[in-house]
Design a protein. Structure first.
Length: 197
């Protein structure tokens, strides 16, 4: 990676057969809480550079912040499209092209707005020796879900990046319908900070 040399750890969820990875930097075991992110797979954003979402931008920003910190962890979970899978996500994109927002598209396909689960995170973090997580996220539901599943989230760290003309409506929907803690001004301020670095 361009920011640092991370160590990759592989995990298999025996209940689902899905394979997940953790990327660590420095000694993350014991002691002080570590900076971290729980990132759900987004092939279109993470690997294909889609500008329809902020996923790829968040992935890169989180890894860069961990590199700057010199210590941290990123859990990469295989739950594409907020848990509905890649093919259904493509179907949801088609509905979005016809005017539905991201939540409406999932619901028209018969899914909830967010089908993701985080129970695999606790054994992953336990295996790595992580006792506390300063979690990079804008999603309060993720914080609540991780806490219910036994993850010690000591702090929520905002992660506002990737605003562009193609995803502004998507980000507004995440804030308005899914309760993500972010506003357009947050992205503008974050972009100004990045430019000043």
């Amino acid at each position: 990676m361009p920011w640092a040399t991370f160590t990759m750890h592989g995990f298999e969820d025996e209940a689902t057969g899905k394979e997940h990875v953790a990327l660590t930097l420095g000694d993350v075991s014991g002691g002080e809480p570590v900076l971290g992110r729980v990132h759900s797979e987004c092939l279109t954003g993470d690997a294909l550079f889609s500008m329809r979402c902020d996923c790829g931008y968040q992935l890169q920003a989180a890894l860069k912040r961990i590199a700057e910190e010199g210590r941290g962890v990123l859990l990469y979970l295989r739950q594409e499209g907020r848990g509905i899978g890649l093919l259904n996500k493509i179907r949801a994109y088609n509905l979005q092209d016809q005017g539905a927002d991201t939540v409406e598209a999932n619901e028209r396909l018969g899914f909830g707005a967010d089908m993701r689960r985080y129970d695999i995170c606790t054994p992953m973090l336990d295996h790595l020796g992580v006792t506390g997580l300063k979690l990079m996220t804008n999603n309060p539901r993720k914080v609540d879900a991780l806490t219910r599943d036994g993850v010690n989230v000591t702090e929520r760290v905002p992660l506002t990046t990737g605003l562009n003309p193609h995803n502004e409506h998507y980000l507004s929907t995440k804030a308005g319908k899914l309760g993500h803690m972010m506003a357009l001004d947050d992205f503008i301020q974050a972009q100004d900070v990045d430019r000043d670095r």
